[in-house]
Ligand binder design. Structure first.
Ligand code: SF4
Length: 213
């Protein structure tokens, strides 16, 4: 069984899949407390659902793409089984994860969109760098950047570990209302950093605090 906060359809707002219609399965709970978290409503409550019930809800949304997110989806032991069930039923599956819990439990065919937490999140020490060994050229990395110190930390991690060679894309995403996108763009350009500036598309389309989009 799974604890589920919400299941809905929207435009994928992040990653190289941005712009595509996507079903989102938001699992409940997260062991982290990032300073800028925008999904605190997913920390508690939710409803109990079986994997067939989740598949039925996703089926009715009519998308080819589905993302399992949270909270931290890997905090639930049945998350890998859900990913496999969705893959077996024919969906392209993304799993968005904090990078703090082991990702090798996920099926290889699931595309991992993994965070590395910068110092400004307050959760930097939770990064499990051994997860990097389990990422493939189909997976993606995301750094959420709150300020210049975060940027320099992320830039140096990407350079020292040559992360752009390991994954399909490395995204640098500014914290909404904390860091102006043009500043982050200028820093990336000045350094020639091999990363993508990522703005959260769904927050540009709809009100940034709106749920279910
Ligand atoms: S890992 Fe994600 S859900 Fe958990 S506190 Fe950080 S931003 Fe929020």
């Amino acid at each position: 069984m799974l604890r589920v906060t919400e299941i809905y359809k929207s435009i994928q707002g992040e990653s190289t899949f941005a712009g595509l219609p996507c079903a989102f399965v938001r699992l409940t709970g997260c062991p982290l407390r990032c300073a800028w978290c925008d999904t605190e409503y997913a920390f508690y409550e939710g409803v109990s659902m079986s994997i067939p019930e989740v598949l039925d809800r996703v089926e009715r949304l009519g998308t080819c793409l589905v993302e399992i997110t949270g909270g931290e989806p890997l905090a639930q032991k049945d998350c890998p089984a859900l990913a496999q069930a969705l893959l077996s039923a024919g969906w392209q599956v993304l799993v968005e994860t904090s990078g703090a819990l082991p990702i090798h439990v996920l099926p290889a065919a699931a595309i991992k969109i993994m965070d590395l937490k910068c110092p400004g999140s307050g959760e930097c020490e939770k990064n499990d760098f051994s997860n990097l060994e389990h990422l493939t050229s189909r997976d993606e990395l995301k750094f959420v950047i709150a300020d210049r110190a975060d940027y320099e930390w992320a830039r140096d991690v990407v350079r020292e570990r040559e992360l752009w060679k390991k994954v399909a894309a490395v995204h640098f995403s500014p914290v909404l209302d904390r860091l102006a996108p043009h500043k982050l763009a200028e820093w990336i350009l000045a350094d020639g950093a091999p990363v993508r500036l990522q703005l959260q598309l769904h927050k540009l389309i709809w009100q940034p605090d709106r749920r279910g989009v």
